[in-house]
Design a protein. Structure first.
Length: 254
């Protein structure tokens, strides 16, 4: 007869879960204590000591107890910053893939793209022939920047309106993680798995935002895309790096 036990969920609330022995049970317990609650991993590990503010309780994903500037001391500001970070993280993850894909296809996939570098790829829309997504005119062909902006504004308004206020498919319980129609593959069906995915999302999102900043700096300094910079570095690491052909030497005084 299967028994049940009270376990603490990854979001800090007690949930009724089946008593599962073995690897799966150890996995859930480890994830719960590692990423949430008072025993979670902290930004300085055991050296964090008393530096963790009392308002960072480990309730939310990605809370490592670090807020030196006190940006989240106010609850309303904390809520706003959380939303800004998650939304920007999602855009950054999409952006990094979008920046890399044209260059990778052009350099290694033998796809003929007139301007594969991310910071100039969109300029093709102003050419006489317009822009072909992924170099295929039968996939998506666009010639009007006004049409693209108009369609994007309408679609984004509908999506954001539904995410924040609901719609005919249901009312979201959480505007950051609305679920329902926004989760067609039911990734959030299991609360423990869902909470672990939140941690993975914010960690990868933070890396993606940092990566996008790196793309911006590379574009300004080298005038090349990230794939080309990476290929040059791999081909000759000693002569193609930040010290020899980067920020340090580019902006060093003569």
């Amino acid at each position: 007869m299967a028994s049940t036990m009270m376990a603490t969920s990854l979001v800090g609330a007690p949930v009724q879960t089946p008593a599962v022995r073995g690897k799966a049970s150890r996995h859930v317990t480890k994830a719960a204590t590692e990423w949430y609650g008072p025993n979670r991993a902290l930004w300085l590990g055991p050296y964090s000591g008393g530096d963790v503010p009392d308002y960072l309780t480990g309730e939310f994903p990605g809370d490592y107890g670090w807020d030196t500037a006190g940006l989240s001391a106010d609850p309303e500001m904390f809520k706003q910053n959380r939303e800004l970070e998650v939304i920007h993280s999602r855009w950054a993850m999409l952006g990094t893939v979008g920046c890399l894909t044209p260059e990778l296809l052009s350099k290694y996939g033998n796809v003929d793209l007139p301007t594969p570098v991310w910071f100039s790829a969109g300029s093709q829309i102003f050419s006489d022939g317009g822009i072909d997504y992924l170099g295929n005119p039968n996939f998506v062909h666009a010639q009007s920047i006004l049409a693209i902006c108009g369609i994007q504004a309408v679609l984004m308004s509908l999506c954001e309106g539904y995410r924040c206020s609901g719609g005919p498919l249901g009312e979201p319980e959480d505007t950051l993680y609305p679920g329902e129609a926004f989760d067609p593959f039911n990734f959030a069906a299991d609360p423990d798995t869902f909470s672990e995915l939140k941690v993975k999302e914010i960690k990868n999102g933070r890396l993606a935002m940092f990566s996008m900043f790196g793309y911006f700096v590379q574009a300004i300094v080298t005038g090349k895309g990230p794939v080309e910079n990476w290929a040059a570095h791999i081909a000759d690491p000693a002569n193609n790096n930040i010290f020899t052909d980067g920020v340090i030497t580019r902006f060093a005084p003569n």
